[in-house]
Design a protein around this ligand. Sequence first.
Ligand SMILES: Nc1ncnc2c1ncn2[C@@H]1O[C@H](COP(=O)(O)OP(=O)(O)O)[C@@H](O)[C@H]1O
Ligand SMILES: [Mg+2]
Length: 260
Amino acid sequence: MRANLPSNANIYPLAVQINEMASRIEQLLGTHKNLLHSVSHELRTPIARLEFALEILQNSAHDIKSQDRINAMQGDLGELNTLVSELLNMAKLDQQHSPLQLSLIHAESLLDRCVNQLPPYPPQLQVHTIAQHNVPDIYGDPRLLPRAIVNLLKNALKYAQKEIRLSIEQDADRFHAGVWRISVEDDGPGIPLGERAKVFEAFYRLDRSRDRATGGFGLGLSIVKQIVELHHGRIEIRDSELGGAKFVIHLPALTPEQPS
Ligand SMILES: Nc1ncnc2c1ncn2[C@@H]1O[C@H](COP(=O)(O)OP(=O)(O)O)[C@@H](O)[C@H]1O
Ligand SMILES: [Mg+2]
């Protein structure tokens, strides 16, 4: 994702610089996580300063044309801000050497909690939750696990036509510790087989015209993957019987004696 402004826009030089910085950040992602963290952190101050300056400008601008332009600039800054906080979030997860904050999470209420965290969505969309009867509590991080599921749900909201399904079940028998399967699926366009590994890479978005309209930086799924891996789990993409994509998180049974 790059800031795409016309060359006569007031903050064009800033956008060019940020784009260059974004490209550098992208190249460095693999090896220089600390640098990523400090650069993102450094970006916060100038962004905040610009927000403040725009706020003041807005109060002194009286004609509608300037107002409109200021609003547009504020929109761009908002986007930059989102990018910077997502980058910081990601860096934080990367640097998480300490064990997860594990506790027992009630499976069924976990699903409801995630759905309740969603931003308002169009009334023609329905989100169904399905919890297997008596599915045992999950031992996981009560902050990170919902964040991963909510990221998947937010994607589903962008692509679904009518229906999104969030479900949880557990495979268990007398001899093996259970594996939880948390799935998020929708009736949208789905993800082609060849793209399924790549969408988990940071900044990767499918090159489809509709993706541009949906916004986003391509960081959501890489954050999901990191969270799942911190839980020693894995995530895969399948075809949903609803017609779209089905993301399945497999979580092994962690026990209090065996934290990350
Ligand atoms: N439910 C889905 N249906 C179809 N495509 C999806 C779905 N979820 C994710 N994608 C594709 O994967 C890409 C990466 O997703 P993500 O990392 O969350 O980034 P973002 O949401 O910022 O684009 C999306 O841009 C989209 O092309
Ligand atoms: Mg996303």
